[in-house]
Design a protein around this ligand. Structure first.
Ligand SMILES: [Ca+2]
Length: 223
């Protein structure tokens, strides 16, 4: 998982599918940090395209991972003045999270502020999968809704932030080729020491996309 909190200010690390003007990284609605992804508006901002705005990232969970967990924050916000409209089940615009083709989050109703969502990834241990977050606009369903309710549709703002995958477990030590100790400049021997001793486990975790997220989640803002 890279850039799950969008703190680069862009979609670095994500494969992006554009629909209209979405998705976009912005700083007005965030769960943590300075940026979050605005995934769609359930309306005209997504027209003239595929009606699906998506970001996706390929994740590999190592075989030694234990208790792998997907966590993310999401926000569904109805346009001002529409907060009282209630959606029941499938509607014309929604935010969803997919692990490969499996839907692990479906959100269409006003969420009343940022919400946390978790999904147990145990069945993906030792596997590679694609994590997708997307907003979808179903235009025909929207017209049906307008006819049934004798009302115009309205913007629905979908956001996500603080996407992370965490796991416990330790990478088994592999007897690799013994690399010769790099010759250290005599001026700064202390700076170099941590790189030879303590850096490997962290590097392993980072390269496998297993980032700890505790600090970021604690900052989750609730309305
Ligand atoms: Ca963020």
């Amino acid at each position: 998982m890279f850039n799950g909190g969008f703190e680069t200010g862009d979609f670095s690390g994500w494969d992006v599918t554009i629909s209209g003007i979405f998705p976009k990284v912005q700083g007005d609605e965030v769960s943590g940090g300075d940026y979050a992804a605005h995934m769609g508006d359930g309306g005209e901002g997504m027209y003239f395209s595929r009606y699906t705005a998506a970001i996706a990232q390929e994740i590999s969970l190592p075989a030694w991972a234990e208790d792998p967990l997907l966590q993310l924050a999401f926000l569904v916000e109805f346009a001002e003045g529409i907060e009282d409209v209630e959606f029941h089940g499938n509607e014309w615009g929604w935010l969803e999270v997919l692990v490969d083709d499996q839907q692990v989050l479906y959100a269409c109703s006003e969420s009343n502020g940022w919400q946390e969502h978790e999904y147990d990834l145990s069945e993906y241990i030792g596997k590679t999968f694609t994590l997708t977050v997307r907003s979808v606009l179903d235009v025909e369903a929207m017209w049906d809704w307008e006819n049934e309710n004798e009302s115009y549709s309205f913007p629905i703002y979908f956001f996500t932030d603080d996407i992370s995958i965490t796991a416990s477990g330790a990478k088994p030590e592999e007897p690799g080729p013994t690399e010769p100790e790099p010759e250290e400049p005599k001026e700064q021997p202390k700076k170099k020491l941590p790189q030879t001793g303590g850096a490997l486990p962290l590097e392993g975790l980072l390269s496998l996309g297993l980032l700890t997220v505790g600090a970021a989640l604690l900052k989750l803002r609730r309305k």
